[in-house]
Design a protein around this ligand. Sequence first.
Ligand SMILES: Cc1cc2nc3c(=O)[nH]c(=O)nc-3n(C[C@H](O)[C@H](O)[C@H](O)COP(=O)(O)OP(=O)(O)OC[C@H]3O[C@@H](n4cnc5c(N)ncnc54)[C@H](O)[C@@H]3O)c2cc1C
Length: 390
Amino acid sequence: MDSCNSASSIERLLFDPTPEHAMLRETVRRFTDAEVEPQAEAHDASGTLNTALLRRCGELGLLGLTVPQEDGGIGMDAVAAVIVHHELARSDPGFAIAFAAQCLLFVNNFYHASSREQRERILPRVMTGEWIGAMGMTEPGAGTDVLGMTTTAERRGDLYVLNGRKIFITNGYEASCVLTYAKVDGRITAFVVERGFPGFSTGEPIKKMGMRASTMCELIFDDCQVPAANLLGEEGGGVTCMMRNLEIERLCVAAISLGIADRCLREMVAYAVQRKAFGKSIAQFGQIQRYIGEAYSDYEAARCLIYREAAKVGPGQRNRLGTDAAKLFAAPMAKRVADAAVQVLGGYGYTTEYKVERFLRDAKLNEIGGGTLESHQKNITRDLTRALGA
Ligand SMILES: Cc1cc2nc3c(=O)[nH]c(=O)nc-3n(C[C@H](O)[C@H](O)[C@H](O)COP(=O)(O)OP(=O)(O)OC[C@H]3O[C@@H](n4cnc5c(N)ncnc54)[C@H](O)[C@@H]3O)c2cc1C
């Protein structure tokens, strides 16, 4: 566990970050301490996305984190993406999820699927945050079973006409553009749908348990007219587009869990030292030491796994097994650590003032969003049994 303001020597020793990664962590940490932390509670309470803060991320270059420099991004890798999500989630996991929806689910996904003309037209707007982006894959009747989606797209002259619904779409309510999937003659195809296209609308924000500093809503395509210029890649190319992006998405959801555990561990230790009971600091009680010791071990194990697997993820490098494993381990780990933090803080931990209850509510999402725990178990088993030729 390192201090809020400086990367520790242990971290350097363990992971030997490049100067670029170290500088990125410092920049995001300073930004998080100064601008993300102070607004987190208010946006959790109001259930609203801080769009101005997302645009600040654009000013810092973070929304084009993985876009090559020649296309206006800062050209960094999956380790960098983990660093940013880890740091943001130490203060505001809800905002970190909204950031992920913009930077990865839209921008990174779009970049690898788009033509030069589409990049020139759309990238500058989403990388600055002028346009909020979202990604719509899940449908009311098809979540884990994503290939079972029923949204259709029919070609009519220079247009595709989309019909169907998407649900639980992060940033959908504020979005100016959505990367979404629909079946053309039964084949999953990717499109960018822009706010204002006839037949496109969004529902009201759906109320939820945690991650309330981001919103989610339904996307409605009712004879929605999408110019053929907004087809991404080829008809039937949607599955490739979706799968190519899933690994970095999962990895960064795992990094958000890491940030949650990092913060909860710090809160737990600081409280245990100063809280007195029976004439002693509660940090001297063996049962409290068990919470702290197990939380630290959990956090460190997740940190090693996530950063190790991040080094093996890239546009031309597949790592489904590693990223599934990282998220499968990190999501329940963060929930355990956040729960332990609430327990160590006792009644104070249950109040909103001490913040750890927010992190516990936020932690649960990562066992569902970006793939459920069960989907990771299924994928891992499939990959391991295939590797054995079973
Ligand atoms: C806060 C939030 C934000 C989200 N943001 C987005 C977003 O931006 N874009 C987007 O497209 N989606 C988003 N989602 C949707 C999310 O990805 C889905 O909720 C998730 O994939 C699960 O789908 P489902 O809810 O339909 O559950 P289901 O797939 O119906 O699953 C229900 C249960 O059945 C289990 N199950 C299903 N199939 C199997 C199987 N074969 N074997 C064993 N168990 C199985 C699941 O693991 C789960 O426990 C978001 C969800 C939430 C809650």
